[in-house]
Design a protein around this ligand. Structure first.
Ligand SMILES: NC(=O)c1ccc[n+]([C@@H]2O[C@H](COP(=O)([O-])OP(=O)(O)OC[C@H]3O[C@@H](n4cnc5c(N)ncnc54)[C@H](OP(=O)(O)O)[C@@H]3O)[C@@H](O)[C@H]2O)c1
Length: 236
C-alpha cells in the first residue's frame, strides 16, 4: 500500500489519534485526506477535506461512501470508552461501546468495501486496543467491543482478500488523548502511534503492535488465564 498518492478517509479525525493519523497521511503525500467527524466544524488540520460522519448513523455512512467514492485507504479510528463494568455498569454504556466500536465500524467497512474494490483494492486500518486482550474491571464493556472488533478485523481480512484489500489491525495501549485524560501512568504520543501504524500499513503488515504493552499482551494470549490473572486465583 503506497500512501503517497492515495485517497484516505479517517473516522474521528477531529481529535486524538484520528487527528494524528490524518496529519501524518497529509505529510506522507496522500493526494486527498477526508477528515471525517461527527462535528466537521471541529476539524482544524490544513490540507484535509472535512466530512460529516457519525459512524452509528446509517444515512451518514451511506452518504460518506457516495461522496468519498475515490477512497483507497480507509482508517477506522472512531471509538468510545465508557469505562463500564459488565456486571454492574449501565447497559446503555455497554451498548454504546458495542454500537460504536463494533457495529459502527462494521457498517463503515460494509459501505466502503465496494468503493475500495472499484478503486483497485486498497487498504483498511482498524484501530483496536490491548483491552481486547485483557480483562480489566473498569474497561470490560470497552474490552468486549474491541475483542469483537479484533475478530471483525480478522474476518473481513479473509473476506476482502479476493478483491485485493489489505486489512491491518492496530493494537495499542495507553495513549495521550482525551480518552485517557484520567489516567496518570505512561502514555504513548498520538503522533508516534500514527507513524508506527502507517509505517505498518505501507510495509503490508496485517497487525501492528504499537508499543511494548501490546507486544507483551499479545504474547500472554498463549498463557493459561491463571498466569495472566493471578489475583483471581488468589481470591478463589
Ligand atoms: N487513547 C488510548 O489510550 C487508546 C488506547 C487503545 C485504543 N484507542 C482507540 O483509539 C481510537 C481513537 O481514540 P482516542 O484515544 O483518540 O480517543 P478520543 O480522543 O476520545 O477520540 C475519539 C474519537 O472518536 C470519535 N467518535 C466517537 N464516537 C463516534 C461516532 N459515533 N461517530 C464518529 N466518531 C466518533 C470522537 O468524536 P467526537 O469528538 O465527536 O466525540 C473522537 O474523534 C479509538 O478507537 C480508541 O478506542 C485509544
Amino acid at each position: 500500500m503506497h500512501i503517497e498518492g492515495s485517497v484516505a478517509l479517517v473516522t474521528g479525525a477531529n481529535r486524538g489519534i484520528g487527528r494524528a493519523l490524518a496529519q501524518d497521511l497529509v505529510g506522507r503525500g496522500a493526494s486527498k485526506v477526508y477528515a471525517a467527524a461527527r462535528r466537521p466544524e471541529q476539524i482544524d488540520l490544513p490540507g484535509v477535506v472535512p466530512l460529516r460522519l457519525d459512524i452509528t448513523n446509517p444515512q451518514q455512512v451511506a452518504d460518506a461512501a457516495r461522496v468519498a467514492s475515490d477512497v483507497t485507504l480507509l482508517v477506522n479510528n472512531a471509538g468510545v470508552s465508557k469505562y463500564s463494568k459488565l456486571v454492574t455498569g449501565d447497559l446503555a454504556d455497554i451498548r454504546q461501546e458495542m454500537d460504536t466500536n463494533y457495529y459502527g465500524t462494521l457498517s463503515i467497512v460494509r459501505a466502503f468495501a465496494p468503493v475500495l474494490a472499484a478503486n483497485g483494492g486498497g487498504a483498511i486500518l482498524n484501530v483496536l486496543s490491548v483491552m481486547a486482550w485483557l480483562g480489566y474491571e473498569h474497561s470490560n464493556g470497552y474490552g468486549a467491543s474491541k475483542a469483537a472488533l479484533w475478530a471483525l478485523t480478522n474476518g473481513v481480512r479473509v473476506e476482502l482478500a479476493a478483491q485485493g484489500t489489505q486489512v491491518t489491525g492496530l493494537v495499542l495501549a495507553s495513549t495521550d488523548t482525551d480518552m485517557m485524560a484520567g489516567f496518570d501512568g505512561p502514555k504513548n504520543r498520538p503522533e508516534d502511534v500514527a507513524r508506527t501504524a502507517l509505517n505498518g500499513v505501507e510495509a503490508g503488515r496485517l497487525e501492528v503492535l504499537a508499543d511494548a504493552d501490546s507486544v507483551a499482551l499479545k504474547a500472554a494470549l498463549s498463557r493459561d488465564p491463571s498466569e495472566t490473572y493471578p489475583q483471581v486465583v488468589r481470591a478463589a
